[in-house]
Design a protein around this ligand. Structure first.
Ligand code: GUN
Ligand code: ZN
Length: 645
């Protein structure tokens, strides 16, 4: 609805963008809470913009409404003039004040009309704030009222609308509320969680986000009310939170506390020059500690905002790099409660798996719990299916899949039966032929993960092999070529299933890198038909996709391109979401897909940015980038992709 566009992503988290009448908002974004009275702003929106590059802010329409002088300016000249800010302004509705003070004197229709009258870019429905402790009955009644208000608001409001998600701690209500918020609103704003954030009740927060997430559509931007401590940004972003607001930078400053991504500290405890930001260059924190009154508070608040904006930048970079889980795990070290919250998130892989990418550039552990990330859960499930029915494998330490090792490992015994080998990895035993596959691959050959006693030279490996299979297999033979053939079929089986791998033509030949010995391509009649990435994943070239297509059941691995976009895709332009007619629901972000027309003619090979279930919900942006196409050579990298008509 918003016209939300996904530009890059890591799991549920996305770098996105949507337009407002005062310019675009690039997400994830921190919208600092700005008091509408300039006298009560420790940092003005002008300073936020000029010195911190903060474009979008949030303020309370209710405080403006009830404060006559502010209201007069806002009604006459608009909220932007009142704030002295010409970037996007989101307004909240007074629900939080209603919660804090028991009541507000304004009704839902009036405050919504007021937000439109003062030209708010994003107006918020006056919801009923529901406490986490609220009974199901009370939470449900409040939710019904909130939803009725949201429906009225949608009819009345032409501009962008934020619809709060309530429901207390009740999963069914959170889900229903999220679905309605995504349908009615441009922005689904998860509310009722301030007590959880303030009291570090991150396990409950995780449960709420787990219950909420499946109800949220990919087309809505997701806001978290009150998510303003930088320590929590990566955690919330994991669940796909796009917008954060908070007065935390100011609230903590009032108590003399510095916000840091590693937690918060009292400024009085700061003796050393811990920061070199532009503010500290003007006046170090240790000096700020010695100030008093409003100047001290102002400077701490300012510093807190700098720290928050910087952390949001790190979250954005982590999404781009595919390292958001790493960042969230490192941040969880800030507080045991946050660690517990992240552990709760890991207990619900089903929430993350539909958007879990096929692979990432890296898999870095921050600790043993990293081995429970969704990427590993999916890998181990896939592995169980892959290895089902195999005879007992032999174990080898995590040797690299290099010819000097493989040459010693017989894959058949003297009677012709297959001998299977498993590499011992920190994720558990992994069939040796797959041990370079994400996320097991990155462990391979890394010394600290291998038992030092099992450190192997090819010669000692040969001795171990002799002990394991000596007498029953030919140990004098060089097994490298057998391994290459076996591994080619295995990687194809891993990706496309046993039947497809078996049916592909026998002419496929694996090619190893002369430098590393890794399998890097599969050729047929000397032409490359699959590339094998450093993530161990096979990806077809245009020829390869042509080889695959007749062996795949209808629809499988396909994204069907609408007629309008056919000529563009054929010529190598990106496939935009609104030109996708259908997509195989088993595909995941990052996967290679066959881009076909309605008659199943192959147009191109694409890399998916979106999960299939997200595509119909996103009217803007790219669904798949073309990597190889009918009318041209293999593209060396991702094409710029102009928009089709
Ligand atoms: N600010 C903090 N929490 C909430 C909430 O639940 N609803 C609204 N509208 N604003 C909030
Ligand atoms: Zn600083």
């Amino acid at each position: 609805m918003t016209g939300f566009e996904v530009v890059e992503r890591d799991g549920l988290a996305r770098l996105g963008r949507f337009d407002t009448p005062h310019g675009p908002i690039d997400t994830p974004a921190l919208l600092p809470v700005v008091h509408p009275d300039p006298a009560r702003q420790p940092v003005s929106p002008k300073e936020m913009h000029e010195r911190l590059d903060v474009r979008a802010v949030i303020t309370s329409s209710y405080i403006v409404w009830r404060t006559a002088p502010l209201r007069a300016v806002a009604e006459a000249e608009g909220i932007h003039r009142l704030l002295g800010h010409d970037g996007p302004v989101m307004t909240d509705s007074g629900a939080f004040q209603q919660h804090a003070y028991g009541s507000v004197e304004v009704g839902p229709d009036e405050i919504l009309a007021f937000q439109s009258a003062i030209r708010s870019d994003i107006a918020t429905v006056l919801d009923l704030f529901t406490e986490p402790e609220s009974s199901h009955e009370a939470a449900e009644a409040a939710l019904e009222a909130t939803l009725a208000r949201a429906r009225d608001a949608r009819r009345a409001r032409k501009g962008l609308l934020a619809v709060p998600v309530q429901g207390g701690s009740h999963d069914d209500l959170r889900f229903r509320s999220a679905r309605a918020a995504s349908e009615l609103g441009d922005i689904a704003a998860v509310g009722g969680v301030v007590p959880l954030l303030e009291q570090y009740r991150f396990v409950e927060l995780a449960r709420i986000l787990v219950a909420t997430r499946p109800g949220l559509g990919a087309g809505s931007a997701v806001h978290l009310f009150g998510g303003g401590h930088p320590m929590t940004f990566a955690f919330a972003a994991l669940f796909g939170v796009d917008l954060f607001d908070s007065s935390a930078y100011h609230k903590f400053a009032r108590r003399g506390r510095l916000l840091l991504p590693e937690g918060s500290v009292a400024i009085d405890e700061v003796r050393d020059p811990i920061c070199r930001c532009f503010l500290c260059a003007e006046r170090p924190l240790s000096e700020v500690a010695g100030l008093s009154g409003p100047e001290r508070e102002r400077r701490i608040a300012y510093h807190n905002l700098v720290a928050s904006v910087e952390e949001m930048g790190r979250v954005r970079r982590a999404i781009r790099d595919g390292t958001l889980w790493e960042l969230a795990e490192r941040r969880a070290a800030a507080h045991p409660a946050l660690r517990a919250g992240l552990a709760e998130a890991r207990r619900h892989p089903e929430v993350f798996l539909p958007t879990e990418p096929e692979s990432r550039r890296a898999f870095r552990e921050t600790g043993p719990e990293s081995r429970e990330r969704p990427a590993v859960v999916r890998f181990l499930r896939h592995l169980a299916a892959y290895a089902a029915g195999r005879p007992e494998p032999k174990r080898v330490p995590a040797v690299a899949l290099r010819p000097e090792y493989l040459s010693h490992l017989p894959i058949r015994d003297l009677s012709g039966s297959s001998v299977y080998w498993e590499a011992v990895t920190p994720l558990g035993p992994v069939p040796l032929e797959l041990s370079e596959t994400y996320p097991a691959g990155p462990y391979l050959g890394i010394d600290e993960f291998v038992d030092p006693r099992s450190h192997l030279s090819p010669a000692t490996l040969a001795k171990k092999v002799e002990a394991a299979v000596g007498g029953s297999a030919d140990l004098d033979r060089d097994w490298t070529a057998d391994w290459t053939r076996f591994q080619v079929r295995s990687l194809l089986e891993w990706r496309y299933g046993r039947v497809v791998a078996r049916d592909l033509p026998p002419s496929l030949v694996g090619e190893r890198s002369p430098r590393t010995g890794r399998l890097r391509a599969i050729r047929s009649d000397s032409e490359v038909v699959f590339h094998i990435g450093t993530d161990g994943v096979v990806r077809p070239t245009f020829r390869g996709a042509g080889l695959l297509r007749p062996h795949l059941p209808p629809g499988r691995e396909r994204v069907v391109v609408s007629d309008d976009a056919r000529p563009f895709v054929e010529a190598g332009r990106s496939l935009f979401a609104r030109f996708v007619a259908s997509a195989d629901p088993a595909l995941v972000p990052g996967a290679s897909a066959l881009l076909v027309d309605r008659s199943d003619e192959l147009l191109a090979v694409g890399r998916l940015l979106l999960a299939p279930h997200e595509i119909p919900l996103l009217s803007r942006g790219v669904a798949a980038r073309v990597v190889a196409h009918a009318r041209g050579p293999e593209l060396p990298s991702e094409p710029a992709g102009e928009e089709a008509p």
